[in-house]
Design a protein around this ligand. Structure first.
Ligand code: IMP
Length: 460
């Protein structure tokens, strides 16, 4: 599709103005349409950096008639001349990464020097996925109820891989795949221990053979060798050379291990707070944070969801929004927009502006509800989010009801063409959350997005 110029011939996308570095982060529970917004913003930045998560994320990007589902590779790969960096905070399944590279190449997308993977990113191994599934099944069995007791993970081995990172002695990093002898030595220690752990979880395990795994993953490492590097120096070198960087958060703020709805979260810092640790770039170097907010709420897996709709309205949102997981295909739980949660994420992530996605899905409702407070079981009301599943039990939403609009929005080519009710919906978000909605998306295509610096409220 395109040819990436060698590094030394690249020009700066931001050369006409002072370089600015930005971040894009989901403000809800993931699946906010970040892939599309990153893809759109990519033209303004030279490097796109992933700093957290792994193949649990799924970004869908529509380019013309082509639809791409990316899991590990930053969405910037679909644009010409960008450096796409998988930072040290990501957990990489090397075989999945190779599948993704092969899939893109088959469709004519250049994947060469434009993809760099940190030598310090941790590796997701097959036993991590077995462990993930075995633990989820064990928790389900223990609770005696289908789906209960579990986190509802994507079973991509994310939690076990991050656990090994923290445990240190059983961890593998991408750089280890480049040295067969070292890899084998490490696997000899890891495999015995891992077998014992899997058996204790009641998993039906095929014996782990260190040499087989070492051969298999050293081969993957060889194929990935041209991409594996010290990405911390790389990103700083790029910044010093005047090139601009966009940090792409995977998953979303409310799934953050420290600031999300614990324990129904993922295992990384997926708010912008993960950027410094996951990329080696201090937070103060980021000039602008875009928070991505879907016009309603969804989540996959377990955990608190105060505005969840378990009725025909929820089904209608799911059908209109095609709310089925990119990574797992699971139907997503759907509900009204929770502004208490969004405002909390804006605070934690330091978001400067909102990109509102999937506004078109809300066409055809007589009225729309937005959550502006939580009523506790004892009847008292709070406007504060509580990132703890136990402490959110029994919460019900306090709603503000806004007028809906009938007309489809997908043909709107400018924000002024939105029906007045849709403009008011966005203005309500701005006034409640306190930052502007600068981008609005009304369909999957690149051109179905409007932008206005400073937001919409001023236009109403
Ligand atoms: P894990 O990341 O596979 O361990 O899953 C932990 C929780 O995060 C589960 O509820 C997943 O469904 C959810 N999750 C992880 N990544 C994403 C994402 O990119 N979008 C939406 N939910 C996610």
């Amino acid at each position: 599709m395109h040819q990436t110029p060698p590094t030394n011939q690249r020009t700066s996308a931001s050369s006409s103005r002072s370089p600015r570095h930005a971040a894009v982060v989901g403000l809800q529970w993931g699946d906010e349409g970040k892939g599309k917004i990153v893809d759109l913003l990519t033209s303004r930045y030279d490097c796109i950096v992933r700093y957290n998560g792994g193949a649990n994320a799924g970004h869908t990007v529509q380019v013309g008639r082509e639809r791409y589902a990316l899991h590990l590779i930053p969405s910037g790969i679909l644009s010409q001349g960008k450096i796409n960096i998988v930072g040290n905070g990501v957990v990489v399944d090397p075989e999945k990464l190779l599948d993704e590279i092969d899939g893109l190449r088959k469709r004519g997308v250049e994947v060469a020097e434009n993809l760099r993977v940190s030598d310090r990113a941790h590796v997701v191994m097959p036993y991590h996925k077995e462990q993930d599934a075995a633990l989820e099944e064990l928790l389900e069995k223990r609770s005696g109820k289908s789906g209960a007791g579990q986190i509802g993970t994507t079973r991509r081995g994310i939690g076990p891989a991050y656990s090994d990172k923290v445990r240190r002695s059983t961890a593998l990093r991408m750089g280890d795949l480049l040295d067969h002898a070292l890899l084998l030595r490490k696997l000899e220690t890891i495999c015995g221990l891992r077998m014992a752990e899997l058996e204790a979880l009641g998993a039906n395990v095929t014996p782990l053979v260190p040499r087989e795994l070492a051969d298999r993953f050293a081969a993957a490492g060889e194929r990935l060798r041209p991409h594996i590097t010290d990405t911390v120096y790389l990103v700083h070198d790029e910044m010093r050379a005047g090139r601009s960087v966009l940090f792409e958060g995977a998953n979303a703020c409310l799934l953050d291990i420290d600031h999300g709805t614990f324990p129904y979260v993922t295992s990384s810092n997926c708010s912008t707070l993960g950027i410094p640790a996951g990329s080696g770039v201090p937070g103060r170097m980021i000039d602008k944070v875009y928070g991505i907010m879907k016009a309603y709420s969804t989540r996959v897996g377990g955990g608190p969801f105060v505005t969840e709709l378990l009725d025909a309205t929820g089904d209608r949102i799911r059908t209109r929004g095609r709310e089925f997981g990119t990574t797992t295909g699971r139907p997503r739980r759907c509900g009204w927009l929770d502004l208490v949660a969004v405002k909390y994420s804006v605070m934690v992530c330091g978001a400067d502006a909102i990109a509102c996605t999937l506004l078109d899905v809300l066409s055809g409702f007589d009225e729309l509800k937005v959550c502006v407070g939580y009523r506790r079981a004892d009847g008292t009301v709070t406007d504060r989010f509580i990132p703890d599943a136990e402490r959110m039990q029994g919460f019900t939403p306090v709603y503000e009801t806004l007028a809906g609009w009938g007309r489809e929005l997908t043909d709107c080519t400018d924000r002024d063409e939105l029906p007045p009710e849709a403009q008011r919906y966005l203005a309500f978000v701005e006034s409640f959350v306190g930052i502007p909605v600068e981008l609005v998306s009304v369909g999957p295509e690149r051109n179905q997005t409007f932008e206005r610096a400073g937001g919409l409220a001023s236009a109403i």
